[in-house]
Design a protein around this ligand. Sequence first.
Ligand SMILES: *[C@@H]1O[C@H](CO)[C@@H](O)[C@H](O)[C@H]1NC(C)=O
Ligand SMILES: *[C@@H]1O[C@H](CO)[C@@H](O)[C@H](O)[C@H]1NC(C)=O
Ligand SMILES: *[C@@H]1O[C@H](CO)[C@@H](O)[C@H](O)[C@H]1NC(C)=O
Ligand SMILES: *[C@@H]1O[C@H](CO)[C@@H](O)[C@H](O)[C@H]1NC(C)=O
Length: 616
Amino acid sequence: MLPPASVRKYSAGPLDMVWQCLHHRAYSRNLLSAVFFLVILGGLWYTLIPHSQRSFGDLFGSGKKVGISPEQVSDSEWARRAGEVRNAFLHAWNGYERYALPHDELMPLSDKPIDNFNGWGVTLFDALDTMLLMGLKEEFKRALPVVERANFSMEPGKYAPFFETTIRYTGGLLSAHALSQESILLQRAEDLAAKLDPIFKTKSGFPLYAVNTDTGSTKGTPMGTLAELASLQLEYTYLAKHTGKKEYWNRANAVIQALAQANLTRTGGMFPIRWNLTSGQPLDYHMSVGAQADSAHEYLLKQHLLTGKTDKKNLEMYLRTTTYIISNLLYISPRRHLLYVTDTPSSYAEPGRPTHTLEHLSCFLPGLFALGAHTLPLDDAASMGIHMKTLHDIAPLARSSWEKISTYNLTQLHMWVAEGLAQTCYTSYADQPTGLGPEEMLFLSPGKDADQGTLWIDVLERWRLSAPRTLPPGVGDKVPVVVTDEQRRQGSSKFRDYALKKPGYLLRPETIESLYILWRVTGNAKWRDRGWKIFQAIEKQTKTGSGYASLKTVEHLPPIKDDAMPSYFLAETLKYLYLLFSTEDPVSLDKWVFNTEAHPLPIFQWTPSEREAFGV
Ligand SMILES: *[C@@H]1O[C@H](CO)[C@@H](O)[C@H](O)[C@H]1NC(C)=O
Ligand SMILES: *[C@@H]1O[C@H](CO)[C@@H](O)[C@H](O)[C@H]1NC(C)=O
Ligand SMILES: *[C@@H]1O[C@H](CO)[C@@H](O)[C@H](O)[C@H]1NC(C)=O
Ligand SMILES: *[C@@H]1O[C@H](CO)[C@@H](O)[C@H](O)[C@H]1NC(C)=O
């Protein structure tokens, strides 16, 4: 059965096409071709309609290939598109340089500066390696003296948040150092690390929240959040490797060891959000891959990769984490069968129910899964020296999570997760009139188990037992559903399975980051094509006289802009777009690891003398 035509708004819907065919003189003269066309289009339309009227009983049809094939684009056209991203970067950079430097960020509507990350010029530090990758030598040359003059001082009473400072400033300096070999960059990264170091005065070795870089006084309770306490390993490992100083390795290693020793009995091998910085143990059961958690999961795999896959602890933690995520945090929406990852908040006493919120921040996860499937022999754990059953034998919840996926080909399973989630993250853009995705979506669940939703792994198992010849549920292309104003008033979730919880577009990178990694890993041009659509929307909807602006809502045309251009737009969003379109591969995923602010660091092996000196 076909949905009412009003439900979906295609740019040129199948009905329009039929209409045009019938009214086109050439076709009305030839009835036979018209009929032939109708049959083909009818078939096409049936395949294209993403099952809006079907129940879960018919879910297995959801994997049918939707016929959206990317247009053929030549290499020279991709190179031209990369050039357009480079121009976009120059536009943003020039605006920042003119109106905001030496302050942190540009306010792209009022052309005023704002200091929100210590006032040392965060956009400049964040953008250095993007300039290098784009070949913007003049801009880089103009930026270097600012780095030379930097002293990372601050007034009494102010504090540098350690996590943001490390991923943006330290990470930016180190990556630019790796790409340019300019020694001043490493020098300044060391200066900064020294000034931040009082942050590590906890018993666990996890960092506190913030520190005054002149007085060394710290701020923050003895409780920390996961992302903030476990996203420094890459940066401090690079520092150790390239300065030969053990003190930096000690900082990274303390975090790795504390994570590895944490008692995860009650969380099933997954790291929750709240931690006790004294005991180094988890404090709650809030499981999430979004805000306050995200990059800690990311750094498990990336630390393993950065150190040439020799570090087994991070690998083990990554495998347990992904098992938990697949079995417990992935859900599928009722009508369009969109795969999504959500979180389960908790009281301090017991695990909570899923919120069915999908955060834009969580859209890095498909890229991470694809990277893991690409770099690890997941379906040959023995070759990594790992016995998967024993690995998960730490707690009943870890065991049961593993049992749910143990008979799947893990490489394939992880790629399904990657492709399904990336599809949903992209759909969150394609569904909006602006072509840009919201900060948070709230998925709704079918009637009778409304607050429980449907776990993807359960539906996947039913699909598998049905001896399928279709793609797995949630995997495969989806047709965008742009709702009308009237439909929005009725509640748009009825038409597209989710409502917008936070409708703003903050120029964030995560979806594009995942499109980039999927393009590199699969070689399928559809991911690249989607990135191009997003870039065009960024150009059209967010550009201002001096830069690019966040939007207050993705649902309104003309767009309502917000006076903000975060530094990550230059560090991450434009960098991943550029690399996605570039016909070269200057930072191959087999040789480089991106920190969580998209700053690439080169993969290395410890030398025997480093092993001895650092006790690796
Ligand atoms: C650090 O640099 C800032 C900005 O250039 C300057 O105002 C400040 O006096 C310097 N502080 C110290 C301690 O040198
Ligand atoms: C870990 O936590 C569980 C549950 O709270 C507890 O029963 C167990 O004794 C703890 N294990 C260790 C080694 O502390
Ligand atoms: C954190 O751990 C320390 C040391 O084990 C303990 O004394 C303190 O009560 C814990 N704090 C909380 C909030 O659990
Ligand atoms: C698992 O799936 C991958 C990717 O589809 C495939 O290359 C590999 O051969 C499979 N491994 C096994 C053991 O079947």
